[in-house]
Structures are given as structure tokens and as C-alpha cells.
Design a protein around this ligand. Structure first.
Ligand code: FE2
Length: 312
């Protein structure tokens, strides 16, 4: 069966990258090997731990009732409320018992093919550094708070954990077809900004929503954004916003639904049929959509971030 990932790739070591595959030219710090892993986690200062605690407390004021139950359960299972930046070794031991995943430190954004390879081996690369007080509300590169608070609790859910591994394996297939942008859109609208239907309403499971100060309320409750049921073919053709709230969120029925929609699809055929670039704007509603809420787009029409528009 043709699937999201190529079943023949051996991920036990970093696979060779074919010469015709483009990867972003990131400069590897000289002390790192091909796996881009830091030999040890940073020695955080007392203030670093205090920043974590303040970020944690701020999120916990908005997330109950808005975050997916799997995320809140994951915070509990990993005892992430104990205070201070978690030590990756102890965190990985707990996570390994639950779903076989570990958390490994990286200095910065790492090349796509290395990131995919770690995911394929159930290792989640997490930023080693923590933001400063000057960048408390918004950071360009993912730090330890975004990566560990935002992403790791979801890895305690067995189906989601399998989805993330398949995603990593899928990355190698997408590179061969030169369709990383399309697969990146799937990551964006699920792993970073995904919503899920629960018995008592729509909740957030995407790390970009869960680790930020304003997006949980906006994504779950505001009138501006569209909320559309996830359709993988459609999402992979859809553009997205990097440095502002999303004009559109995609909603899954369950993690089983997400896993089935992606892993069991014929991605060879999909990649061969995808046009280069994106077909749909990030605020578009198209005739095949199953729309949960059609947004007013008021926030973005007023100019979005930088204009002072209220996230309503
Ligand atoms: Fe992230």
C-alpha cells in the first residue's frame, strides 16, 4: 500500500540525502555531530527557571476548558507543574514508559531531514534555550517552553505519538517529491495549530496555540477565524501565516481520525498531483469544506498583529 511514508527507508541511522533534494543551508555549530544534538542540556540559571514558571502559570490561566483533554492529561502524567524547566533525561524516562518517546536537546532550528529522522525514531528535538523577559510574549525560534510545554504533553497520547513518528517518516518521502511545503502545511495545521472536537466543544491540541498568550482564546472562541473540518488534501494545498494568529483552523474528530486521514492515504499519488506552491489562501473557504464556523476575519481585516486590532 502506498502510504504517507516510504516503507523501504531505513531510519536506524540517518539516511543519505539524495543529491537533488534541497535542504535549507543552516550552519551547524562545530561541536555538534550529524544528529545536531547537544551533548547536554543547558545549565539554566535561577531566572531561567523562574521564566518557565511564569510562562507556565500564565498558560494555566487560559488553557483549562480550551486545551484538549489529551494535552491536560499529558501535563499531569509528566508532572510538568512541579516547577522549573524539566530535565530532559527524567522527562524522557517518564515519556518512554508511556509511549516510547524521548526528548533530546538541540541548539536551534535544525535541518528538516534531521528533524524528520529524529521523529521517525520517536525522539522529539527540543530547543535548549529559554526566551528572555524581552521576548516573553513572542519568539521567532522555538525555545524549551514552546517545545516542551507545547509539544511534549501530546506525545503521551498513544495515537498522537504514532502520528508524530509517521510524520517524521513521511518527511523523507515528501523530500523525494520536492513537496516539503505541502507536508509543512499539514504540520502547521495539525501539530502546531490543530483543533479537536470534544464532547463539550472544540479544544486546541496544537503546540503553537497552547504555548502562546492569546491564541487559545482566539482559536477556540473568537469570531474572526474560520474553523473547518480537516481534509488532508485540502490542507496540503493551503497557505498559512507564520507570525500572526491564524485566519483558519482545521478541526479533527479524534486522533484516530487524524492518523487514518494521513497514514492510510496514497501520498505518492497526492504528491504527483499537487501543484507547486499553494492553491488556497489562508482565509479561503472552498466548496468542498465542511465548515464548523465561518469566521468574520475581522481581526485580519483590521490589520492583524502590529495594527493593534483586538483578537476577536
Ligand atoms: Fe512547534
Amino acid at each position: 500500500m502506498a502510504t504517507l511514508a516510504d516503507p523501504d527507508t531505513d531510519f536506524s541511522r540517518l539516511p543519505d540525502l539524495p543529491a537533488d533534494v534541497f535542504t535549507a543551508p543552516l550552519a551547524k555549530p562545530p561541536h555538534l555531530g550529524d544528529d545536531w544534538l547537544e551533548p547536554a542540556q543547558t545549565d539554566y540559571t535561577a531566572d531561567d527557571h523562574q521564566i518557565w514558571n511564569e510562562l507556565f502559570a500564565r498558560q494555566m490561566e487560559v488553557l483549562p476548558g480550551r486545551a484538549a483533554s489529551a494535552f491536560l492529561a499529558g501535563l499531569d502524567k509528566l508532572d510538568l507543574s512541579r516547577g522549573g524547566i524539566p530535565e530532559f533525561g527524567a522527562l524522557s524516562e517518564e515519556l518512554d514508559k508511556l509511549t516510547g518517546w524521548s526528548v533530546v536537546p538541540v541548539p536551534m532550528l535544525i535541518p528538516d531531514h534531521v528533524f524528520f529522522w529524529h521523529l521517525a525514531n520517536r525522539r522529539f528535538p527540543a530547543g535548549n534555550f529559554i526566551r528572555t523577559r524581552e521576548t516573553f510574549d513572542y519568539i521567532q525560534e522555538p525555545d524549551v517552553f514552546h517545545d516542551v510545554f507545547g509539544h511534549v504533553p501530546m506525545l503521551t497520547d498513544p495515537v498522537y505519538a504514532d502520528y508524530m513518528q509517521e510524520y517524521g517518516r513521511a518527511g523523507w518521502k515528501a523530500m523525494h517529491y520536492n513537496r516539503l511545503k505541502a507536508l509543512g502545511s499539514l504540520y502547521w495545521y495539525t501539530v502546531e495549530f490543530g483543533l479537536i472536537e470534544e464532547a463539550d466543544g472544540i479544544k486546541a491540541y496544537g503546540a503553537g496555540i497552547l504555548s502562546g498568550p492569546t491564541e487559545a482564546k482566539f482559536a477556540v472562541e473568537a469570531e474572526s477565524p474560520n474553523r473547518i473540518m480537516l481534509n488532508v488534501d485540502r490542507v496540503m494545498r493551503t497557505d498559512y501565516v507564520i507570525s500572526d494568529l491564524q485566519p483558519t483552523y482545521f478541526v479533527i474528530e479524534s486522533f484516530d481520525d487524524l492518523f487514518r486521514q494521513t497514514v492510510e492515504r496514497d501520498f505518492d499519488r497526492l504528491y504527483k498531483n499537487l501543484a507547486p506552491g499553494f492553491t488556497y489562501a489562508n482565509s479561503a473557504v472552498i466548496d468542498v469544506d465542511y465548515v464548523v464556523n465561518r469566521g468574520t476575519q475581522e481581526y485580519h481585516l483590521r490589520g492583524g498583529r502590529g495594527s493593534g486590532a483586538a483578537p476577536v
